[in-house]
Design a protein around this ligand. Sequence first.
Ligand SMILES: N[C@@H](CCC(=O)N[C@@H](CS)C(=O)NCC(=O)O)C(=O)O
Length: 233
Amino acid sequence: MTNNEKNKFNNGQIDLVSFALCPYVQRAIIILDEKKIPHNRTYIDLSDKPDWFKAISPLGKVPLLQTEQGVLFESAVIGEYLDEVTTGSLHPTDPFEKARHRSWIEFGSTILASIAGLYSAPDAKTFREKRAVIIGKFEQLEAQLGDTDFFASNDFQFIDAVYGPIFRYFDTFELFISDNFFPSTPRVKKYRATLSRRPSVIQAVPENYQSRLIDFLIKKDSYLSQKIEQKAA
Ligand SMILES: N[C@@H](CCC(=O)N[C@@H](CS)C(=O)NCC(=O)O)C(=O)O
């Protein structure tokens, strides 16, 4: 592929169909920003999906990337594509290392599922159980981290686009609960702080993200919802 072909998106011919709170959408937005790819974003309401979206989205999920060639879905696939068609891959070059990163990207998706379990937990006991699962996953992640700024490098890599959106949830949770999710994972804690300062990670959500997330959490009618309402009272 030539460099001209590689920078095929300089005219901004792509559109990322997005939802303001979606951590998978954030992954794609971070890659778009890190690779300086001009694009448009169309935000939709997942509780009232437009017909045009239903017509083009095989799984009814965001993110969705619309290009001149057609539609792509699944955040990992979208991210890999964007990385491939632009210069300078965000992945490591060594095949094993690249595969290892992809393994830990999958692991990141399981943390997102655990986070959904946490904010949906109906009572304190279930919340504590879900918290223990998340801490256990952070301990596994801790064992993968070295002394680099990001997951495995002092330069931002593809995998870092996955962990930024994960840690962002805790900025909101910590407003309402005093539980520490990082008591045994100093490297994860540092990784979180580094990612929270990364411009691509910061800009991956709309300005009203936190208030929208709080509204979303309140509607879960969960233990966390109660904590939020108690604080507001
Ligand atoms: N595996 C998918 C997950 C995407 C996903 O679950 N997106 C959620 C929003 S965060 C969605 O669109 N859900 C559909 C719905 O709520 O109806 C990916 O990586 O893109």
